[in-house]
Design a protein around this ligand. Sequence first.
Ligand code: MGD
Ligand code: MGD
Ligand code: SF4
Ligand code: MO
Length: 745
Amino acid sequence: MRSSRRSFIKISAFTAGGLALYNPLQTIGSSLTQNNVLANSAKKLNRTATYCEVCFWKCAAWAYTDEDNQIIKLIGNSEDPHCYGRLCPRGTGGVGMYADEDRLKTPLIRTKIEGEDVFREATWDEALNLIAEKMTTIKEQYGPESFALLKHGSPGSHFEHLFRSYGSDTVGEPAYAQCRGPRETGFGLTFGSWVGSPEPTDIRDTKCLVLIGSHIGENMHNSQVQEMSDCIDNGATIITVDPRFSTAASKSQHWLAIKPATDIALLLAWMNVLIYENLYDTAYVDLYGKGFEELKEHVQSFTPEWAYGITTIKPEEIRKTARIMAAAAPSVIVHPGRHVTWYGDDSQRARAVAILNGLLGSWGRRGGFYFKESIKVPTYPHPEFPEPKWSWKEIGEKYPFAQMGITNELIRATIPSEENKHQIKAWLVAGTNLTSTIPQKELLEKAMESLDFMVVVDTMPMEITGFADVVLPECTYLERYDGIRSATNREPSIALRAPAAPPKYESKPAWWIAKEIGERLGLYDYFKYNDFEEVIAWQLEQMGTSLDEMKKIGVKMFPRKSGSLYLKEGQSYEFGTPSGKIEFFSDALLAKGFDPMPVYKTHSEPNQGFYRLNYGRSPMHTFSRTINNPNLNDLKDENKLWVNPKVAKIEGLRTNQEVWLENQDGIISTFSIKVRVTERIRWDSVYMYHGFGHNNKKLSRAFGKGISDTELITKVSIDPLMGGTGMRGNFVKILKENPRKEAVL
Ligand SMILES: Nc1nc2c(c(=O)[nH]1)N[C@H]1C(S)=C(S)[C@@H](COP(=O)(O)OP(=O)(O)OC[C@H]3O[C@@H](n4cnc5c(=O)[nH]c(N)nc54)[C@H](O)[C@@H]3O)O[C@H]1N2
Ligand SMILES: Nc1nc2c(c(=O)[nH]1)N[C@H]1C(S)=C(S)[C@@H](COP(=O)(O)OP(=O)(O)OC[C@H]3O[C@@H](n4cnc5c(=O)[nH]c(N)nc54)[C@H](O)[C@@H]3O)O[C@H]1N2
Ligand code: SF4
Ligand SMILES: [Mo]
């Protein structure tokens, strides 16, 4: 172990135990089956309204508890537009988050025993006093802005409130620069509107769904998967562009097995066909578009024949699929995707997707994209926040089209450098396992070593906790109140999360932790309540409902106020762009020195003996967070390396053979992975599920199982528009012998 004080604290494994409580249904469960399970239960059950935290679709659910107040089952709320009464396997398995005996149990404080860093158990008072003390000194010495918040999920909003009260808006989350940031930039520049979550894709009514990578079906975003299944039943055409034969590809009439990193060429060729075969929506483009003539000229030479040489997709196939889209238009969706930080030109690829939708006239049309709406949850009264001297905006100022904090820039600004205009000195990390989420491990670890102070709030002893000075155990979503869920959808809706059982062990909710720290900092006026329940009750009253009503119904729908879901024929409409039009040509991009229309650029390719490292979602897991979950681990406990038969032959590999990977920078995987020989992946790439390869022994089920894609992602291509980290430009070679003489760990 390294001697640095910020080195990773390894704690010996607890004895493994804990059998799975039950097996979640293999697919998104039918509410009928789930209710039958309940009906057959002998015990008398109580139900509590909640919404799921296993991923960010936030499906509303009922948590059922038995007479002993044990949570035994989760069922989707049938009134909820996010889940239509059914949870995905991960959501059903959410009970395992509550039941996991490896959970964090008490606050922990880093200390030295005989020169070695270890954690000791601490009381809440001790831990909170220490944090408040450090927040005070850091504020005095460097200003509150130098204390950054890195967060994801529900706990984030409670700590954001604390940080804003304290004077810091230095905040970032991986859901932006490692996920959907480029898409929001690309669509924002084109339509003047974020795509947002859930995406306003009218999948249930579409006639043609085009997926660029997005692997819906493995990406288990609930209502989206259900609507896709419905639209297939209704005869919609699915076109999937993916170098891998994904589940979505298997449901598609057209699978375009594109050469990785060449999607912009395909998108430009599709535009060429739509425009030069006169297949685009002329009335729509005339009425709402700006810069069409420039676009027409721009794509003139980008013919299907041109794209064939780049993408390996045959010109006939490009033409045929463009015509299918046009025939379905405007009930067609070229899906914006979600995890789009791929090759560094991602905002431009998202622009190309947006422009294609513009040509097809699908934005604001039935079966295309509907106009989403949400309802505002009133803010519980508190004094104005102090104005920070600098924030995430200044840290990310190199990227003019960034709309949120750029995690990787916050990390960079933590490493002391003369270039830093602002120096970050401390972090509070809540609900994000940065070590498996942020590429370029070396930079991340250097940043953490440079910190004066680091707090991690988590439910599990994930790898990130090993770098903290103080670890705080949050209780799981099933044991706490949280902010009211208000999301954009066809109709506005809200959902309640109430505790179904008391917190296990010493764990506490984030709202309580934030309030306790706030009060120790003297910020009483920002936390004028004894229990978060009071905040929710007040907000619900303001919205014309009540806590009592919401406890009974869980989800409440509100009528739309912004008008129709779709544009009416010939309706005049102002888009949120500077020109009020759909911008095929972007003056804003040109003014900042960027291509005003998307351009295809080549990306580096693997050398001889190397394969592109491709990764994606395991249907049974969410990132790294569920791998140790007893219920979900039972369904899938390791990832595999997908290898094309041609590659298997060249490399001499067979299914289930154990291999190690070494990337282009000589980084070797910590653990090994089993091979899966399959035609479903192109010969130039290998594929694995993200989230596996845990190296903290405290995760008794997940430790040492499979490989972490993240540790092999040492090279990133930064999106010059918004700072996102393109992660798919890494290459690996396959090692058949254990490269380490001695066994690891
Ligand atoms: N089960 C499950 N579902 C989830 C999540 C989860 O953790 N688990 N996470 C959720 C979150 S936050 C997100 S952001 C979404 C992400 O889900 P998506 O947005 O669907 O993710 P992508 O990265 O677009 O999709 C991965 C696919 O891209 C393909 N691909 C790789 N390279 C290329 C390329 O160059 N071109 C093309 N056209 N395709 C390529 C891969 O083969 C793979 O099939 O999933 C969400 N849903
Ligand atoms: N290599 C690689 N990197 C990726 C991706 C990839 O596919 N490959 N995907 C990217 C994408 S799309 C996204 S959105 C991000 C996701 O990034 P993250 O959200 O950081 O992903 P997780 O690994 O699930 O980490 C979540 C952490 O929150 C903790 N947690 C869960 N519930 C709670 C709770 O209620 N309270 C608290 N306090 N903690 C909780 C979990 O134990 C875990 O430590 O990762 C991005 N990074
Ligand atoms: S999609 Fe699944 S994991 Fe995500 S919120 Fe819904 S039920 Fe939970
Ligand atoms: Mo994401």
